[in-house]
Design a protein around this ligand. Structure first.
Ligand code: KIV
Ligand code: ZN
Length: 379
């Protein structure tokens, strides 16, 4: 009941963001990394989008050992057929089909009446079920869809054979409580809801993608769609590493389990950055260069006494060797002495004080103090 399925869409929604496209070999390398990380479902691409996407999904389907491979398609037979063909070699395959359900999207994007949308949902899901027992249906712009219509659309998709129902916050508009309410509402009102797993899929336009995803899980969803480093359309998708580490770190309040080997998180993040050239901001949670780094004297002193004073997770738990005590103008004597000892210099009190004063002067002038700078100071 409390196992959360991690559905990774780095290779699909992530790749859709400007500057993040990956070539065939890069996609295969990233898919292998995701499999090693332990994700349950890899959304490998949108097979109808281009021959290249089709080929990548097909090769990923052939080579990935453990994860289920998913392909995205619109509610069109051609899309679904193409996804089915690309996914055919997979040991375990999922067809993921979607259609917009919000009044805004139905009117301006689809130019379809609600009744026609319901028909298209039933037809597309039933068609997808001819190729696999594992069909996911997504209500695009679900977080801006009217409750009554969302219930009818979800009921229709499940009746046609969908076993995962995803309610995306496509435009990153939701707030945690409102997003959670939708899941509770669906569980209460949709008669066949027990035949499907509910899924969250949140974008980060208001910086709430992870908070909304966790709220959805607490309200009964058991699949979370996310990307490594939070890459994705516009401001990105919910970051997998943040969700997984929140669950691990706050397990009493988020009583779920995942299959992710968290010690591979740093490697996965760095692999993606190296492939896309998209670097991670230094203060990014979990995988930013500063996530386990400390410069201020007060924090460094606490860290040297007991790391739990300023760290809620161990660096080892995400695959880092150790925290970094970075020397800068805010650093204190304790960290300075420790760093010199690590560099092989144990100074007496007077020499240490003297070196520390020279270090502070240098740190006022220079942003980054290197090991060479320190060695020069004490030489
Ligand atoms: O954000 C979204 O609505 C999507 C769907 C296609 C699942 O990515
Ligand atoms: Zn999305």
């Amino acid at each position: 009941m409390d196992r959360v399925i991690i559905f990774d869409t780095t290779l699909r929604d992530g790749e859709q963001s400007p500057g993040c496209s990956m070539n065939h070999e890069e996609k295969l390398r990233m898919a292998a990394m995701l499999d090693e990380l332990g994700v349950d479902v890899i959304e490998a691409g949108f097979p109808i989008a281009s021959p290249g996407d089709f080929h990548s999904v097909q090769e990923i389907a052939k080579t990935v050992k453990n994860a289920t491979i998913a392909g995205l398609c619109r509610a069109k037979k051609g899309d679904i057929q193409s996804a089915a063909d690309a996914l055919a070699p997979a040991k375990s395959r999922r067809i993921h089909t979607f259609l917009s359900t919000s009044p805004l999207h139905m009117k301006h994007k689809l130019n379809m009446e609600p009744g026609a949308v319901l028909e298209a949902i039933a037809e597309s899901v039933a068609f997808a079920r001819q190729f696999t027992d594992d069909v996911e249906w997504s209500a695009e712009d679900g977080s801006r869809t009217e409750d009554d219509f969302l219930c009818r659309a979800v009921e229709t998709a499940i009746a046609a054979g969908a076993n995962t129902i995803n309610i995306p916050d496509t435009v990153g508009y939701a707030l945690p409580e409102d997003y959670a309410r939708r899941f509770r509402m669906l569980k209460e009102r949709v008669p066949n809801i027990d035949k499907a797993i509910l899924s969250v899929h949140c974008h980060n336009d208001l910086g709430l993608a992870v908070a909304n995803s966790l709220a959805g899980l607490l309200a009964g969803a058991r699949q979370v769609e996310c990307t490594i480093n939070g890459i994705g359309e516009r401001a990105g998708n919910a970051a997998m590493e943040e969700i997984v580490m929140a669950i691990r770190t706050r397990n009493a309040d988020l009583p779920f389990t995942t299959n992710i080997d968290t010690t591979k998180i740093t490697k996965a993040s760095q692999t993606l950055s190296a492939i896309t050239g998209f670097t991670v901001q230094p203060n990014k949670a979990i995988v930013g260069a500063n996530a386990f780094a400390h410069e201020s004297g007060i924090h460094q002193d606490g860290m040297l006494k007991n790391a739990q004073t300023y760290e809620i997770m161990t660096p080892e738990s995400v695959g880092l060797e150790r925290s970094a005590l970075v020397l800068g103008k805010h650093s204190g004597r304790h960290a300075f002495r420790k760093k010199l000892e690590d560099l092989g210099h144990t100074l007496g009190e007077n020499a240490l004080e003297d070196a520390f004063l020279r270090f502070k002067k240098l740190a006022d002038e220079k942003k980054n103090i290197s090991d060479d700078d320190l060695l020069r100071l004490v030489s």
